[in-house]
Design a protein around this ligand. Structure first.
Ligand code: SF4
Length: 430
């Protein structure tokens, strides 16, 4: 099979990585000139430039290329290649390595850190809820579209409530530039880190100043490419999937043997709500929750989960996806009527598998619903593994971060959110 792009018009607009209004959920009206410039460097052309430099004689300009692939991107390739998710990951790995990428990682490990740190922070916030009005509700922090909107438009109403755990992307950035580069005896700026993601908003996240090391002039994530952009590159190069080898993904710890793919609970977005809910039920109330039952409120993207004992509501969490539902949440927040202790907020309706960098069917960003359904099926075929029982995470907490509650863990696994910078962007529409 020769890879064929489904979005000829849209992909033309991908060239040069222009951010489209329809593609970026935060809306491109709020991009500063400096940000636009940085985003323009998050492109296929930039990766090709780095690859070309590696072929030149001047070794001082050579970089070790590392690619990290989101588990939300893998189902896209599985559907497009007509393969199961593991085999699709191996073909993708083979393609990336044929370009000159030396290491290809799956980012489930980084998501595991993000989940564990979110669980811990929720417990701390819950325990100080009576003397800290900003402690609850806690909003999840993995979606850069939501973070951008919170900082730019909502400000102090929301930012103190956002969990400080870094997103899986940015924890992967630290893992690669801090831990992995040291293991390889490389200075971080000698590593060029490409992140493959389902949406364009991740590009905005990668260029945030807190993830830039000005001394070494390097970012934790140098370039975000969407699944659609990688597929476009395969199409451009007339890649035949059958002719690609099957190459297992690499281990961050350097073990030999391919890394087995697993997923976290939930509908495809790492399941922050499920993990924190179960952890809090056990830690705060001594209750084991095995199955989570969602109650659909306004629609499938506004759901609620409660923990009750003897008629008393102990925990009440919500999953709120898509900007229309977020608007409802914000109205309630303004009126002080949010009953939830935690809200998993994602800006894409349907969650991360529906990211517009892979699930759009046209240049306007309309969803390809059949593709999303196939991706959901592919994703759910992976076995679930709780981050709590992942031995690699425990090893890294000790060897990399010097313990679970160390200052190192606080610095590398957490971040801060800024209060309002501008008023509402002119193009913001509901
Ligand atoms: S919900 Fe959408 S914008 Fe947010 S991280 Fe997931 S794919 Fe990206």
């Amino acid at each position: 099979m020769v890879v064929k792009s489904q979005w000829p018009k849209e992909e033309k607009e991908h060239e040069g990585s222009q951010l489209l209004l329809s593609a970026c959920l935060s809306c491109d009206g709020c991009l500063s000139e400096e940000e636009s410039l940085k985003i323009s460097q998050q492109s296929l052309e930039e990766v090709e430039r780095v690859l070309a430099l590696n072929k030149k004689c001047d070794v001082s300009k050579h970089k070790v290329l590392v690619a990290s692939v989101c588990p939300q991107s893998l189902p896209f390739f599985a559907v497009k290649f007509g393969l199961d998710i593991t085999e699709a990951a191996h073909k993708l790995c083979a393609f990336l390595k044929s370009l000159g990428v030396q290491y290809v990682f799956d980012t489930t490990l980084a998501a595991g850190f993000s989940i564990l740190e979110s669980q811990k922070e929720f417990i701390q916030r819950f325990r100080r809820r009576h003397h800290d009005s900003n402690a609850l509700p806690m909003f999840t922090s993995s979606c850069p579209g939501w973070i951008r909107y919170s900082e730019r438009v909502l400000g102090s109403l929301v930012t103190p409530h956002i969990c400080t755990a870094r997103s899986p992307q940015q924890i992967m950035g630290c893992l690669v530039k801090d831990y992995f580069s040291k293991q390889q005896k490389l200075s971080p700026e000698k590593v060029y880190h490409v992140f493959v993601a389902p949406c364009f908003d991740k590009k905005l996240e990668a260029v945030r100043e807190e993830f830039y090391n000005s001394l070494l002039e390097t970012r934790d994530v140098d370039c975000v490419l969407t699944s659609g952009e990688i597929f476009y590159l395969m199409e451009q190069r007339k890649v035949s999937v059958e002719e690609l080898d099957s190459v297992p993904l690499d281990h961050v710890l350097g073990e030999t043997g391919g890394a087995a793919l697993v997923r976290h609970e939930g509908r495809g977005s790492e399941g922050f709500l499920e993990h924190v809910f179960k952890h809090a039920a056990k830690e705060l109330f001594g209750l084991d929750v095995h199955e989570i039952t969602y109650k659909t409120l306004r629609n499938r993207d506004f759901q609620e989960v409660t923990l009750e004992r003897d008629g008393e509501t102990l925990l009440q969490f919500a999953a709120v996806y898509g900007f229309r539902n977020i608007q409802t949440l914000v109205h309630r927040m303004r009126k002080g009527r949010v009953p939830y202790q935690l809200v998993e907020v994602l800006s894409c309706p349907g969650g991360c598998l529906s990211g517009r960098g892979q699930a759009a069917s046209d240049a306007e960003g309309r969803l390809d619903k059949a593709l999303v359904q196939q991706m959901e099926e592919a994703y759910s075929s992976l076995p679930v593994r709780l981050p709590e029982v992942n031995p690699t995470l425990h090893t890294l907490y000790q060897d990399w971060l010097q313990g679970q509650d160390s200052p190192q863990a606080g610095t590398l696994l957490h971040t801060q959110y800024r209060s309002p910078i501008h008023t509402q962007p002119p193009h913001m529409q509901w």
